[in-house]
Every structure is written in structure tokens, then in C-alpha cells.
Design a protein around this ligand. Structure first.
Ligand code: HEC
Ligand code: HEC
Length: 388
């Protein structure tokens, strides 16, 4: 039993806790929040003129907004009430920890396979509007759940400038060059035309604007104006008039996300960084984590090929889809990697080194070369990765 002399202290502690939780959940941005300079983490990708800067700031507020039930929050399900609630580490617009993972599910016959989608699709929601009658989050048949970790959005506007042809030029589905890696593009049917998926852990979405629509409905539960590309919902069954996301607000949020600069190199002057970079290429990490792809506005230093690969053991259980079967994930970009733990699609790797050690299958030959490195070579590789 609590000693009554401690009760005021206890209540004070509770009050502090409540205030802290409110502070963490409440909107963190207002118009006076400084805009990080170009080149700083979370800042714009270039010097913006006055009108552009205003739009960027408006877009940041939309991204940060805590949506209300009266504005249409929930469809009826949702994972959070704002984009920022997951994309905020180490800065707003970046990634999130394990606590904000989202869940996909399906049926794979207790691992015997094949993976099947269950009615209603593979998306499980954490929350639902309090005014909706109960609905199961996941089909009771589900026997496999895959977690997805929140990736950083910084620099995605630049990835959006990479053409489909540029991605397709790196495909090697039959491993004709014998390096063990068989990258394939995840092709998505958009109104009858196949486009290369570039966004999401399974490269399941072609354009940044498509993902923003998908997230607006899937994560926050908002309806949008139809753009004919098949992402996001146009109507739902709450009493709020559709579209809940006004086209102007959406355009502002898209401008903000498209103009978030990519994470710059840390610039560690230690000559071992360059040695580590050579090792990264020499042992074959750069086969999949291609240092630079061409975008329409210039080179994009992303360290990815945007192709899907299987680097997991044969008994890996997870969620599959056409074009990205169970165990296949997009090579994640490595820019800014030191600031976005944990790693891999579900955050199973706590450190960068853990993530490297979990590469198998297509990465077998490369990992053999990695294990043959001396301790000091491995240290140089880590110095390089921490500089990205
Ligand atoms: C509940 C946490 C959560 C919320 C809320 C959330 N996201 Fe995400 N976001 C994720 C996760 C997890 C992924 C990876 C999903 C996947 O690929 O399966 C993701 C992926 C993305 C991507 C693609 C990233 C990439 O590297 O390809 C974009 C863009 C994005 N989110 C934008 C948004 C926007 C805009 C909002 C608000 C409308 C939002 N997100 C709300 C968790 C969240
Ligand atoms: C066959 C292609 C391939 C090769 C070769 C490869 N990777 Fe990867 N890498 C991937 C894929 C695919 C993932 C994501 C897997 C997942 O999420 O389950 C990944 C994930 C990572 C991650 C975690 C990134 C994040 O944001 O979660 C790091 C770090 C990484 N790789 C570094 C390396 C290094 C260093 C090497 C060389 C030793 C290497 N990779 C070789 C394909 C490859």
C-alpha cells in the first residue's frame, strides 16, 4: 500500500506524466517553428522563393496536423491521427521506432505456403473510430503477421525523379552476370499501364503522390478527390462530407514532402571513410545499394537500385504480393542510415551491423566477402556507413 505522505508526490508525478504524453502527441509545429536551412536534416531540398516557402510551411503543418473525428479521421479504421505521429525521428518527416510499426497479415498454412490474401486485404489497423460498431482487425484465419517499420521520407522527392527506364536498366532477374543477385522491378498496373514501384518496403507504390494518398486513407483514414490512379479512398461511411482531405491541403503536403532534402553526408574527415567506401563497392554491397542513380534533375545519391530482392533464409515467413513474393523487399536507400534505427522491413535489426549480418540468399556471395574482411576493414566499412 502507498504511504499517504507520498500521495501528493504520486499525484504530481502522474500530472507530469500526463503533460509529457500530451506534449509528445500534440502538434509540434506552428508557423513560427524555424525552417531548417537547406542541407540540414528536415530542411527543404533547395532555396525556395517566398511563395514556395509559404507552401512548404503550410504543407509541414498539414503533415503535423492532429486530425479530428469531426474532420473525418478514420475510415472507420486508422493507425494514428497524424502523419507526424509516426514520421518524426530524428526530425519531422523522417522515420519512427518499433512502437509505430504497422501490421500486414494473411494466411500461409502455418508456413507450408503458398501465401494468400484473406478477404478484405492484408492491412491490419491499430485503432478504430469510437463511433463504429466492432469489426475484427484481422481475419480469424490469419496465421502470419508481418510488421512494417516506418521509413524516413527525407529525399523521396528526388527518388520520384528517377525514371522507370533507369530502374529497369539494373534488373538481372536470371543473374546473368553471376554475382548471386537477381534484382527485379516491382511492376504495378495503373489503369492498364505498368509502372515501376519505387516506394514502400516492397516497392508497392510507383509515385510519391500515390503513397501520400495511400497513407492518408490507410494510416489516418481520410478520403480524397479521385485522381484516377487507384490509391486512397474517395468515400467512407462516416458522416463527414467527402473529400475529407481538401485538394489544397493535399497539394501543400505533397509540396512539403517532395521538397524535403535528402540527408547529407556527415563529412567525417577520417581517411578511413574513403577506404570503407571502396570496400563497400569491392565486396558487392553496391550491386544492390547502388551509390547513385540518374534522376531528371541530376544524380540521386540514394544507395539503392529500387529493385526487390530476397535476402532472407528459405524458411522466411511473411506477406507476399504479385511482383514481390514472400521475403522480397526493395533495397532500402542508405542515405541518412545512422539516424534511422531500427533496421530492415520490420525493425528486427537494432544496429547497422545486425542488419548487415541478416543478409543471406541473394547476398550470400557478398556476405562471404564480408566475412573475409579483417577487423580494421570492417571498421572502415562501418565508418563509411555512419557517414552516409
Ligand atoms: C502508424 C504509423 C504511420 C503513419 C500515421 C503514417 N505512416 Fe507513412 N509509413 C509508415 C510505414 C510503416 C511505412 C512503410 C509501409 C510499407 O512499405 O509497407 C510508411 C511509408 C510511407 C512512405 C513511403 C516511404 C518510402 O520509403 O518509400 C511515405 C511517402 C509515407 N509513409 C507518407 C506518410 C504520410 C503523408 C502520412 C500521413 C497522411 C503517413 N505516412 C502516416 C507508417 C506511418
Ligand atoms: C542482394 C541485394 C543486396 C546486397 C548485395 C546487399 N544488400 Fe543490404 N539490403 C538489401 C535488402 C533487400 C534490404 C532490406 C531487407 C529487409 O528489409 O528485410 C537491405 C537492407 C540493408 C540495410 C538496412 C537498411 C534499413 O533502412 O533498414 C543495411 C544497413 C544494408 N542493407 C547494408 C548492406 C551492406 C553493408 C551490404 C554489403 C555487405 C549489403 N547491404 C548488401 C539488399 C542487399
Amino acid at each position: 500500500m502507498m504511504n499517504k505522505h507520498y500521495l501528493p508526490l504520486y499525484l504530481f508525478g502522474l500530472l507530469v506524466l500526463c503533460l509529457t504524453i500530451t506534449a509528445v502527441n500534440a502538434e509540434i509545429i506552428d508557423d513560427d517553428t524555424p525552417v531548417p536551412p537547406v542541407g540540414a536534416l528536415g530542411g527543404p531540398d533547395r532555396v525556395l522563393d517566398a511563395a514556395e516557402l509559404e507552401q512548404w510551411i503550410r504543407g509541414r503543418r498539414v503533415f503535423d496536423r492532429d486530425w479530428q473525428l469531426s474532420e473525418g479521421l478514420g475510415t472507420p479504421d486508422l493507425n494514428a491521427d497524424s502523419c507526424r505521429s509516426c514520421h518524426q525521428k530524428p526530425v519531422i518527416g523522417a522515420g519512427g521506432g518499433l512502437d509505430v510499426n504497422v501490421t500486414r497479415f494473411g494466411f500461409d498454412n502455418e508456413g507450408a505456403g503458398p501465401f494468400e490474401d484473406l478477404p478484405g486485404g492484408p492491412v491490419a489497423s491499430k485503432l478504430r473510430r469510437p463511433d463504429t460498431p466492432g469489426r475484427e482487425d484481422a481475419d480469424p484465419m490469419a496465421d502470419i503477421f508481418e510488421q512494417r517499420q516506418t521509413p524516413s521520407i527525407l529525399g523521396l522527392g528526388l527518388i520520384d525523379t528517377i525514371s522507370d527506364a533507369e530502374v529497369l536498366s539494373h534488373e538481372d532477374p536470371n543473374d546473368n552476370n553471376g554475382d548471386g543477385c537477381r534484382g527485379t522491378a516491382h511492376m504495378i498496373d495503373i489503369a492498364g499501364v505498368l509502372e515501376v514501384g519505387k516506394f514502400g518496403w516492397k516497392a508497392q507504390v510507383p509515385k510519391l503522390s500515390d503513397f501520400l494518398r495511400d497513407a492518408s486513407t490507410g494510416e489516418v483514414g481520410l478520403t480524397l478527390v479521385d485522381d484516377g490512379r487507384g490509391f486512397g479512398a474517395m468515400s467512407d461511411n462516416d458522416n463527414v462530407a467527402d473529400p475529407e482531405f481538401s485538394p489544397d491541403d493535399f497539394a501543400d503536403m505533397l509540396f512539403y514532402c517532395a521538397h524535403l532534402g535528402y540527408p547529407q553526408r556527415a563529412g567525417n574527415p577520417d581517411p578511413q571513410v574513403a577506404v570503407g567506401e571502396e570496400i563497400f563497392t569491392a565486396i558487392g554491397c553496391a550491386i544492390c545499394h547502388i551509390p547513385e542513380m540518374q534522376g531528371s534533375e541530376g544524380p540521386v545519391p540514394l544507395y539503392s537500385d529500387l529493385l526487390v530482392h530476397d535476402i532472407h533464409p528459405d524458411d522466411f515467413r511473411g506477406v507476399g504480393e504479385a511482383g514481390a513474393p514472400v521475403g522480397f523487399f526493395k533495397t532500402p536507400p542508405l542515405w541518412g542510415i545512422s539516424g534511422t534505427p531500427p533496421y530492415l522491413h520490420d525493425g528486427r535489426a537494432t544496429t547497422i551491423e545486425d542488419a548487415i549480418l541478416m543478409h543471406e540468399d541473394e547476398a550470400d556471395l557478398v556476405m562471404r566477402a564480408y566475412f573475409a574482411l579483417t577487423d580494421s576493414e570492417r571498421e572502415a566499412l562501418m565508418l563509411f556507413l555512419f557517414d552516409l
